[in-house]
Design a protein around this ligand. Structure first.
Ligand SMILES: Cc1ncc(COP(=O)(O)O)c(C=O)c1O
Length: 510
């Protein structure tokens, strides 16, 4: 550690200068100092006021007006040599990503809690050491591109970006913001708490937010006051929202949900629907609510040709027609999730509600790959090997010894486990890219760690293990993990745990 002890990191994006050579790529420190071939990671020197000053220095340095954009976007630094530490404690990661109009710089500095946003740069301050172990890199440019691609699929409809479950594990607020930048005018969540958190995050006020998973007790009044559209599937919910609207002194925005065949949430057709529509119209006439939407959800839109799809569409049209005949004038009618947005134009109505596709994951390999739809996976999950060691043949590996080394080999310890969302069902099956080769989980996935057989290779502790990503560098995808674990890719990305820091790149719009 240098004399001052402050953290100051920089990525010099200009021509070769005193502080570094031109940046073409992405440098990851993993607890060490790296400067890679073709990439320059420069130390700006001791900063006066600790981290923030150091990061501000980084901003100034990196976003100089006269600096040309890097030639290559997000190329990882593969060959690296240690850079002597100069007045620096530790840097977790530094990356520079070339984009059309100039460099975007992301820096994560491992010095404890808190975070701040600076200009065109998104800084994530992770808990001490967290990013040394593992990180989920979230490419917000990919979110924006995916939302644009989805809007092209449904040109006549508005788009609701579904960001429930913390944006399917990607970070709800960051992904919501990126989706809105790309033209989403609605955001969808399951719980009211998720919706209220989005409203509190300060997104543009004209962005509509809707949530649909209610239980008795609300919080209806907070949702009304936050201008959140609430979904009603039955009379108990209508009664509660009317009471809350009286207390709030303003009308609720309500959307009536029809069960057109999913057999989950939603009001049954027939008498139940008749009563819900009738009573909602009565409350609307009293000024207690406004019926803003009529909507439903598919059961099998990801199974091309499944007969329930046409049946649900027909039922939806009937239930909407009934409500409209009775006098409902909805702002939006909607039923399309990702697979329907991608493959069923007749289901688009006024609004489409894609979730998984905006994160660049195909709803089902049966309907196509992300690339088939012009989508790009948003999350890349990596970890640093915690240990690499030689073992003889016949050595049992991990709990239960379900893997026994077939001969003398090297084992790598990946510091991620089922507490981080790595499925235990992927034991002896999940793929991991280490030093350009696919390795397979050797034996059981444990709570915090699993092992890969490196087949005699010696990448060294700290070497990068890529569990999944877009696949550009030969790494597995979330779909590969889904198949290894006998599940769907939705579950793979959504379950990545809170112990894994999300590191946002390309936060600024193009
Ligand atoms: C009501 C509702 N609409 C839309 C979606 C988005 O679905 P998908 O992720 O398949 O696009 C979901 C997610 O399950 C949902 O529950």
């Amino acid at each position: 550690m240098g004399a001052c002890g402050a953290v100051g990191v920089g990525v010099d994006v200009g021509a070769c200068g005193a502080e570094g050579c031109s940046v073409e790529g992405w440098g990851s420190a993993w607890g060490r100092w790296w400067v890679g071939a073709g990439a320059g990671v420069s130390v700006l020197g001791p900063a006066r006021n600790g981290v923030s000053e150091g990061v501000r220095a980084l901003t100034r340095q990196s976003l100089r007006a006269d600096t040309p954009a890097p030639a290559l976007p997000a190329v990882r630094v593969r060959r690296a040599v240690p850079l002597p530490a100069v007045g620096v404690r530790r840097v977790v990661s530094v990356c520079a990503v070339g984009v059309r109009r100039g460099p975007r710089v992301h820096a994560s500095v491992g010095v404890g809690g808190g975070s701040e946003r600076l200009g065109g740069m998104n800084e994530t301050v992770a808990p001490e050491g967290a990013e040394l172990r593992a990180r989920a890199e979230i490419d917000l440019a990919a979110v924006r591109a995916n939302v644009r691609a989805l809007r092209e699929r449904a040109p006549g409809a508005a788009l609701m970006a579904v960001v429930k479950a913390d944006g399917y594990g990607h970070g709800a607020v960051a992904c919501a913001r990126a989706a809105v930048e790309a033209g989403a005018t609605w955001l969808g969540t399951a719980t009211p708490q998720e919706a209220l958190a989005l409203r509190a995050a300060g997104l543009p006020a004209d962005v509509r937010i809707m949530c649909w998973l209610w239980t008795p007790g609300g919080p209806w009044r907070q949702a009304i006051e936050a201008d959140v559209d609430v979904s009603l599937s039955g009379m108990w919910a209508l009664r509660e929202v009317i009471a809350a609207a009286r207390l709030a002194g303003r009308p609720a925005r309500v959307q009536l949900k029809a069960d057109t065949g999913l057999g989950r949430g939603g009001c049954q057709p027939g008498d139940d629907w008749t009563e819900l529509v009738t009573e909602a119209l009565r409350a609307q006439a009293e000024g207690l609510l406004r019926i803003t939407g009529l909507w439903s959800h598919f059961a099998c839109a990801d199974e091309p040709g499944h007969p329930s799809v046409a049946a649900q569409l027909a039922r939806f049209r009937e239930m909407v027609a009934y409500a409209e005949t009775r006098g409902v004038e909805p702002e939006v009618r909607h039923i399309a999730n990702s697979p329907a947005t991608l493959t069923l134009p007749e289901s688009h109505f006024d609004l489409v509600r894609p979730g998984i596709a905006m994160y660049g994951v195909s709803p089902s390999p049966e309907i196509g790959t992300p690339a088939d739809f012009g989508l790009r996976p948003v999350m890349t999950l990596t970890a640093a090997l915690a240990l690499v060691k030689h073992v003889p043949g016949g050595h049992g590996v991990s709990y239960g010894h379900h893997y026994v080394t077939p001969g003398a080999t090297t084992l790598g310890l990946v510091p991620l486990g089922y507490a981080d969302g790595i499925p235990r069902h992927a034991s002896s099956a999940g793929p991991v890219l280490v030093e350009g080769k696919w390795r397979t989980v050797a034996g059981r996935v444990a709570m915090d760690q699993f092992v890969v057989d490196l087949g005699g290779d010696e990448p060294g502790p700290g070497a990068e293990a890529v569990l999944f990503g877009p696949g550009d560098h030969g790494e597995p995808t979330a779909e590969d993990w889904a198949q290894a674990a006998g599940t769907i890719a939705y579950e793979i990305v959504t379950r990545i745990g809170s112990r894994v820091p999300r590191v946002y790149v390309n936060a600024s719009g193009e």
